[in-house]
Design a protein around this ligand. Sequence first.
Ligand SMILES: [Zn+2]
Length: 316
Amino acid sequence: MSFSSDIKDELCRLQNENQCCRFAELAGILRTGLIIREVRNRNLLLFITEHALVSRMVYSRIKEIVPDGVEISGEKTTRFKRHVVYRLNLTGITAFKEGNELLGSVGINISLPEKTIEYSDFDISERCCIRAYLRGGFLAVGSVTNPDKSYHVELAFTDSRISSEFMKYMEYFELKPKLIQRKNYDIVYMKEGQDIVDFLNVINAHNALLEMENIRVLKDMRNQVNRLVNCETANLEKTVNASLKQVSYIKYLDDTVGIENLPANLKEVARLRMEHPEASLSELGKMLNPALGKSGVNHRMRKLEKIASDLMQKEK
Ligand SMILES: [Zn+2]
């Protein structure tokens, strides 16, 4: 199962919701998820979802209000292999007073002959209800990619009034949604891990939030380890480059004056460097007898370099 459908499962099972929030959630579902489609010369008002629990939830919520207004038509439309679509036919609600009141109360104006759905403002004043409204929208038209792969949450709206309304409510919770157009949809999306965690919190998907946080912690640790490895590689490269340079001027000294003719303290360092080109300065220092610190070894290296470069100058 995908991360998205796990979240929707969790949200469909939420209980003890306030009555005000239940209504706001249904409004969020209806204001985002309804479409009109022509089927066998009839214009039908439909709600289509790939998610079994969402279809069942919408079905029972509508049935509570308009008992004869909803039917499951083509419960499982297998378009592709293993791709199941649940289709609710809500055309019937327009034949009932309760149905039209419901549509009116959530700011939806439908014309089946003209195949249009128009939305008027739908004001929500309570913070709890705004969360529920966003949750309804997510259940109907939202998805989250698996956080193992990337961070991406999006809601796809068919109406620009609704997309800007959702952005406004998301910003109310200090989320930072962005908008792009894709085909005939307004896609409201977020790509920051923190935004997605905050969004899951707002819509009350707390199990999903915890799972996402776990994955983020693991990902961060992996990145940190990679950074450390890269950093170590860089340090090693620095040591090796310095050593190669030192070896080259010590070789030069050996060819010209001979290592044996250098002062005793320099002779020993030069010999060890030639024998251990991979060693760091402090490692070289430990091989000396008596041992010498890193800066002491560095000092002698510089002296060797100075003698070598002086000799080169003279030769020019
Ligand atoms: Zn509420």
